[in-house]
Design a protein around this ligand. Structure first.
Ligand code: FES
Ligand SMILES: [Fe+2]
Length: 434
């Protein structure tokens, strides 16, 4: 449980809210690469953290991100013409470069442009893992760009999906670090099977356990935390445990335990305090990593079928997510197709900002309470001048951060599962704190 004040400190990220300032010290996904794919194509109007930007790929293929409101009289630059060397506002024709320089003011006398020396807010951008990333924080604190953990090298295939979710980012993130819910909410899509490890077919995910009440244990790391959900496996339960280790990479990335075919990650990006972008990725190097179309079809979040052109679902709280009670009577647990749709029904039903002042938390919520404490603690440290998690020493490179899943002999030190040697050494030193 949190007090109302703590809850607001955790959840509010727009404007000057301290949690938003903390998060904007990291590189943030602005949009998918496919949304500004074509050089010289249509610019995209993007809102994140309550800031509205125009993001575009110029005719030479270079990316730019500037404040969407034209410096002249505030018309949207995303309507603008995508020209060599900058965007041209449609209203009076001012031209602005990706460096925020106003280089032409055709509505003004020729000397006015140089004399005005208008500098328009602009942001560094990078591309990796199927995303356009931007740095929206104070320039003096900008960290070097690192590809995200779900694109550890350029040869990796990443399938993405994107959905607009009308609720606060924090309850979405809590859903991602809540391993216990999958055994109920997703039970029709994640079915127990006598298999050596989690699997993925075109229809569902399989899991080598029927245990619905995992034991949880949490470990704080330099970049966030890892936690293990420990279940009884179907086979060899006397000698082995089934571990699903999720990894939170502060502030916005969760690495979900992988399956035999691909790795899985989610990113939540606040749009405002009560709307978020939800991204869900399958990634890896094997032939079974789905392409975007297969992945979106499997998750039931296909544009033009499940979503409109702005990534808004046809299933909403207002129409009860088109829940099919007859399918439930026939054995489907939720009556809602698609794993993320089931999640979104829960997140959105918690309200625009979930009320954390009157919850009844249980033993399976230990990762959630750990996460809240960690976020509020790093916020308090941030306000005292300490850099956020992931920007401190020792620095673990993002491409080395991973989740884990597998059946291991009882007594295995779980803290070393799925991490590199250097990271393992941090946790197993005799003075390491649990
Ligand atoms: S509002 Fe953009 S040029 Fe006038
Ligand atoms: Fe879920």
């Amino acid at each position: 449980m949190l007090t109302h004040e703590e809850n607001m400190r955790l959840c509010r990220v727009s404007g000057d809210a301290p949690m938003g300032r903390l998060m904007r010290r990291s590189w943030i996904p602005l949009c998918l690469s496919e949304e500004v794919e074509e050089p010289g194509g249509r610019p995209l109007r993007v809102t994140v953290f309550g800031m509205t930007l125009a993001v575009w790929r110029d005719p030479e293929g270079r990316l730019g991100a500037i404040d969407d409101r034209c410096p002249h009289r505030k018309a949207s630059m995303a309507f603008g013409r995508n020209e060599e060397g900058g965007l041209r506002c449609l209203y009076h024709g001012w031209k602005i470069t990706a460096a925020g320089e106003v280089v032409e003011m055709p509505s003004e006398p020729p000397e006015a442009c140089a004399a005005a020396a208008v500098k328009h807010p602009h942001y560094p951008v990078e591309e990796a893992g199927g995303f356009i990333w931007g740095y929206l924080g104070e320039p003096e604190h900008m960290p070097p760009f690192e590809p995200p953990p779900f694109a550890p090298h350029p040869g990796v295939k990443v399938a993405t999906c994107k959905v607009w979710v009308p609720c606060n980012w924090a309850q979405i993130l809590e859903g991602q670090i809540d391993s216990a819910h999958s055994s109920s909410l997703h039970s029709s899509d994640m079915v127990p099977a006598r298999v050596a490890r989690a699997g993925a077919t075109r229809k569902n995910w399989t899991r080598p356990s029927t245990d619905k009440a995992p034991r949880l244990t949490v470990l704080t790391t330099p970049y966030g935390f890892r936690y293990a959900a420990i279940r009884r496996p179907i086979a060899n339960a006397a000698t082995h445990d089934y571990y699903r280790i999720s990894t939170f990479v502060s502030p916005l990335i969760c690495l979900i335990p992988p399956n035999a075919s691909y790795n899985v990650a989610q990113v939540t990006v606040p749009i405002t305090d009560t709307e978020s972008w939800f991204y869900f990725m399958a990634w890896g190097e094997g032939p079974e990593v789905p392409d975007n179309e297969e992945w979106r079809k499997f998750l039931r979040v296909q544009k033009g079928i499940d979503l409109d052109h702005r990534w808004r679902k046809i299933r909403t709280l207002d129409n009860d997510f088109l829940q099919d009670r007859q399918a439930m009577a026939l054995g489907n647990f939720t009556g809602i197709p698609g794993i993320p749709n089931q999640d979104m029904a829960m997140w959105e039903s918690q309200g625009p900002i979930a009320d954390r002042t009157s919850e009844r938390l249980g033993a399976s919520d230990i990762a959630i309470t750990h996460w809240r404490r960690l976020m509020l603690q790093q916020l308090e440290e941030f306000e005292r001048g300490i850099p956020p998690l992931g920007h401190r020493q020792p620095k673990i490179p993002q491409h080395k951060i991973a989740s884990f899943e597998g059946i291991v002999p009882k007594g295995t030190d779980w803290r070393t599962l799925g991490v590199g040697e250097e990271e393992a050494a941090l946790y197993t030193r005799s003075d390491a704190a649990e």
